[in-house]
Design a protein around this ligand. Structure first.
Ligand code: HEC
Ligand SMILES: [Cu+2]
Length: 338
């Protein structure tokens, strides 16, 4: 019985488990379209096979081409119109429902970039994993720092583009705790060479596919705990602050260019950098102090390290790396001396 029900419900084997209220009407409409298509498929192919057999070539029968048959032709043109209008009506209604978030929705800011995600929670902290509370309306306000991306969570039946220099939004209401997948559904490039043009190992390739991420639905209590955990009070604890700096180094993708073990990547290593005097491309000597590090993060082009191309290959982190993140990064740099 269960197997039969499964086979009758095309959603069950074509989409992952539904984890948000938006799935209800979408899965229903998906089923309607699937079965209308199935009915027409059987009708059209059945008629085709039947007529091919009925008018097959055999002795004593000559082909008798018919003229137009207006009643029939008008019939099969007009009959599908109400069906299409109805499908459009339901589809558009669903689209509108998904576009207008309820007023009480909590807001999470989503930034897409080549190649990853940054989620900023109502308390101002951010992460590269999306946590959302169950049974709460969640609104995402999304933008892209570079090219087109698309936020796609099949488990929520949610997909919306992220567009550079413009905000888009989408909302949903999770119905089940657990994990589901987030993908970018807009091909957004890839990289097989490092900043110097040298071939990377296949395992180091980065691109569109690197935007696979996790969505975790928590109970509202666990969601609060998770947000609190993102904002630990680390004042006066340099070791913990440095640890947080190391987390930022990986989470904010600094690690993609900067090493911490002294080896040269496509960017200067952070090992032994802090406090050192070093040459800039314009010949001046600059000490890597707090202000220099801050400036390097927010306006990479202000000073270019000698030996590196100008404009800098480093993107500005203005708006994505906060002041307290910079404090943590500095503490981390201080902890990795030569
Ligand atoms: C796409 C590669 C890339 C990423 C990602 C990147 N950087 Fe850089 N960074 C560079 C390059 C190249 C330079 C050297 C050229 C220059 O001075 O801008 C540099 C320079 C720096 C410097 C100055 C280094 C020195 O030796 O004086 C600091 C500090 C720095 N980056 C911090 C960061 C932080 C913090 C992050 C992450 C939030 C980050 N970078 C992410 C490429 C990158
Ligand atoms: Cu993308």
């Amino acid at each position: 019985m269960n197997g039969v029900m499964l086979a009758l419900d095309p959603v069950s084997y074509q989409l992952p488990e539904a984890m948000a209220t938006s799935a209800g009407p979408i899965d229903w409409l998906f089923g309607v379209i699937f079965w209308i298509s199935a009915a027409f498929f059987v009708g059209i192919v059945g008629a085709m096979v039947f007529f091919a057999w009925k008018y097959r070539k055999r002795p004593g029968h000559k082909s008798e081409p018919t003229e137009h048959y207006p009643i029939l032709e008008l019939g099969w043109t007009i009959a599908p119109i109400p069906i299409l209008v109805l499908l459009f009506h339901w589809g558009f209604q669903g689209y509108i429902d998904l576009s207008i978030p309820p007023a009480d929705a909590i807001e999470i800011r989503v930034k897409g970039f080549q190649w990853g995600w940054d989620f900023e929670y109502p308390n101002g902290e951010s992460d590269n994993v999306l946590h959302v509370p169950k049974d709460r309306n969640v609104k995402l306000v999304m933008s892209s720092t570079d090219v087109l991306h698309a936020f796609y969570v099949p488990g929520f039946r949610t997909k919306r583009d992220l567009v550079p220099s413009m905000y888009t939004s989408v909302w949903f209401r999770p119905t089940k705790t657990g994990e589901t997948d987030l993908m970018c559904a807009e091909y957004c490039g890839g990289r097989s060479k490092d900043a110097n043009g040298d071939e990377l190992q296949p395992s180091q390739f980065k691109g569109h596919w690197s935007m696979w991420a996790k969505v975790v639905v928590n109970t509202p209590e666990d969601f609060e705990k998770y947000m609190d955990g993102l904002a630990p009070d680390l004042k006066g604890d340099p070791a913990k602050l440095a640890e947080r700096g190391k987390t930022i180094w990986t989470k904010k993708q600094c690690a993609g260019c900067h090493t911490i073990d002294g080896s040269k990547g496509s960017a200067p290593t952070w090992k032994g950098l802090f406090g050192k005097s070093h040459k800039m491309a314009d010949g001046t000597d600059v000490v890597a102090d707090e202000n220099y590090v801050r400036e390097s993060i927010l306006t990479p082009n202000a000073k270019i390290v000698a030996g590196y191309p100008s404009p800098s290959l480093m993107p500005s982190f203005q708006g994505t790396v906060k002041d307290k993140d910079i404090d943590a990064i500095i503490a981390f740099m201080k902890s990795i001396k030569d």
